[in-house]
Write a new protein. Structure first.
Length: 202
């Protein structure tokens, strides 16, 4: 239809027109989807499971900058041998996470529960948090002697929880913790708070 010399410029022109039209379509689709979510026509993210071997620091930083309006349950499964720096990064990101509806938080692979719990509880826990579960990379390794100072120091903010799940290695530690802090639970006293039970519910 066009002369031979005009075919190449017309191909470039039609490609540019297609790109411009697709950008408008993408913007329109994003705008309609955003409005549908705001009006409640599309379901929001309510449960988020992040598994990694390892979950990187970048994931921790990204998580801290996110906003989840309807998130109800968050499960983070960190790998073993990630070190205290990784645990501190995730604890810090959870303190800045914008999730006003978050009720249940499950952290797996926590080698130093005292440091992690202290970092989370410093300045008080968010009022929506009702269940906090910390389980170690090596099961049943938590000792009350290491956790006692943190539980005493942050008892006021931890009492806002319905359940704080900790894996104790000794029956005596578990019994003493539950006598002193009624909100403390263990795998034996509440198996629904352990990580495998969470995956069954998921």
């Amino acid at each position: 239809m066009a002369p031979g010399w005009a075919q190449l410029p017309l191909v470039f022109l039609s490609t540019a027109a297609t790109v411009i039209a697709s950008q408008a379509l993408i913007s329109a689709a994003f705008s309609v989807t955003k409005q549908a979510i705001q009006l409640g026509y599309l379901p929001r993210l309510r449960v988020l499971h992040l598994l990694g071997d390892p979950l990187s620091r970048g994931v921790a930083q990204g998580l801290g900058g996110c906003r989840f309006e309807a998130l109800d349950r968050l499960v983070l499964s960190l790998c073993a041998d990630g070190g205290p720096a990784r645990e501190e990064a995730f604890a810090e990101s959870l303190r800045t996470l914008a999730a006003p509806q978050l009720r249940e938080l499950y952290l797996d692979g926590i080698d130093d529960p005292a440091a992690c719990l202290a970092r989370l509880a410093t300045g008080g826990l968010p009022p929506s948090w009702k269940v906090l579960s910390l389980s170690g990379a090596s099961r049943g390794a938590y000792e009350l002697d290491a956790l006692r100072p943190v539980l005493l120091r942050h008892a006021a903010s931890l009492r806002s929880l319905e359940a704080l799940h900790l894996d104790f290695g000794e029956d005596e530690d578990r019994a003493e913790a539950q006598r002193s802090w009624p909100f403390v639970r263990s795998a034996e006293s509440d198996s629904a708070l352990t990580l495998p039970a969470i995956y069954e519910r998921w």
